[in-house]
Design a protein around this ligand. Structure first.
Ligand code: TXA
Ligand code: MG
Length: 380
């Protein structure tokens, strides 16, 4: 066990930060925000420690994509398997070209309409590594040996300003301990990583609530590797003809298939409680009641998380001790999902019974995360 370090949480005000359209001029009106961002940037530039920071999707754990020693500290703090590659985050297209691409390399044309529409924002694209990976400035620990690297430009002004001030592309996975639900507040990061990182910037809760969408436009047809903050429908709508036949990667790869995005094969987003997902179960009265009785949950602490159709817990069963809702709109459900799982863990619930949603629009990403969090799925 490595020695623990003191973990500071410092406040930053996203509304005091602004960029010009090109992302090359930064203005910060609040002095404390400026000072705390500069302090974080100093850690990133002058040490190999990783720093927790807010993004619009979830909180990230960032360190320089260009330094293997820095990237190692991300994997170590999270306890993350080394074959799961990381997304690099940039503050501008200019920085992407200057810091991550090799001279003469261009961003493939297929991405132009998506970048135009969704950057800065919750969309990650794959770009090719040079034939000889040694020619790339990116640490090979970021890509875990993939022939591509993943990159996105976050919308959250704190994330973007931190990357801009450090002038470093930041490799940043979600700032949770590996397998835990992703963090959407600084307190979640502190819970998982205290004593393991020196600093968390607190910029308030994440807006989107789950991770970026990852797309691969380098293959034909293009692929959706991970559903996330930008929906499949939005990609088709903004992407033009070449994105119309985008294929959704399977949630889990078969035994003989190569895994298209390494993150897919790992258990994820799991609270300590046992999560049971109910699909197409109407108002829940029949299926949830039957589940509670069959599994003899009389002496267990059981929580219900409703979305669109479930009846209140008191109309389903007296065995449910916590009645919660994730919201009804896709945006609300996304935003509340991970924080609700964490809150119920803090209440020491034994079981969390969740009402699923259909897989259109935000529903695809929501169901992707819920089915990974769940140990069991009940179909109506
Ligand atoms: O919203 C987000 O994307 C957050 C915030 C912090 O930006 N980050 C995040 O990172 O979710 P992480 O490490 O938890 O997830 C990265 C995902 C994984 O599924 C990984 O397998 C995939 O991106 N990935 C990264 N590089 C890849 C590559 N070269 N090829 C295929 N998949 C890749
Ligand atoms: Mg993650």
């Amino acid at each position: 066990m490595s020695a623990t370090i003191e973990t500071k949480i410092l406040p930053v005000k996203p509304e005091s930060i602004s960029f010009d359209t090109a992302g090359t001029t930064l203005t910060i009106t609040d002095p404390e925000t400026k000072q705390n961002l500069e302090y974080a940037a100093d850690i990133l530039r002058n040490t190999h420690h990783a720093v927790g920071f807010p993004s619009e999707t979830v909180y990230g754990l960032g360190a320089s994509s260009l330094s293997s020693q820095s990237v190692k500290s991300i994997y170590a703090a999270k306890n993350r398997p080394a074959d799961n590659p990381l997304i690099s985050h940039v503050s501008s297209i200019d920085q992407l070209k200057r810091k991550l691409m090799v001279p003469g390399q261009e961003i493939p044309e297929i991405y132009a309409p998506l970048i135009e529409k969704f950057w800065p924002g919750p969309l990650t694209i794959l770009l090719p590594m040079p034939e000889n990976v040694q020619d790339s400035p990116i640490s090979q620990l970021v890509t875990s040996g993939q022939p591509t690297f993943a990159v996105r430009m976050p919308q959250n002004p704190v994330a973007r300003a931190l990357i801009y001030i450090a002038d470093l592309p930041l490799a940043a996975p979600s700032a949770n301990a590996s397998t835990r639900p992703s963090p959407t507040t600084a307190a979640h990061v502190y819970h998982d990583l205290k004593g393991r990182i020196p600093l968390i910037l607190d910029g308030g809760p994440s807006d989107v609530g789950l991770e970026s969408t990852v797309v691969d436009g380098l293959c034909d047809p293009p692929m959706l590797l991970r559903p996330g903050g930008i929906s499949l429908e939005q990609i088709k709508q903004a992407g033009g003809p070449r994105w119309q036949n985008i294929v959704v990667a399977k949630k889990t790869a078969g035994k003989l298939e190569p895994v298209r995005t390494p993150g897919m094969k790992y258990r994820h987003y799991s609270p300590t409680a046992r999560v049971v997902l109910f699909n197409n179960c109407g108002d829940g009265k029949e299926k949830v009641k039957a589940y509670l009785e069959q599994n003899n949950l009389r002496n267990k602490k059981v929580a219900l998380l409703k979305t669109r159709h479930f009846a209140p817990a008191c109309d389903i069963s007296p065995l449910i001790s916590y009645d919660g809702t994730l919201g009804t709109s896709g945006n609300e459900i996304q935003r509340n999902l991970f924080s609700a799982l964490r809150a119920l863990d803090a209440e020491e619930c034994d079981y969390i019974l969740i009402e699923g949603v259909d897989e259109t629009a935000e529903g695809l990403a929501i169901m992707n995360r819920l089915s990974k969090a769940a140990s069991e799925t009940i179909n109506g």
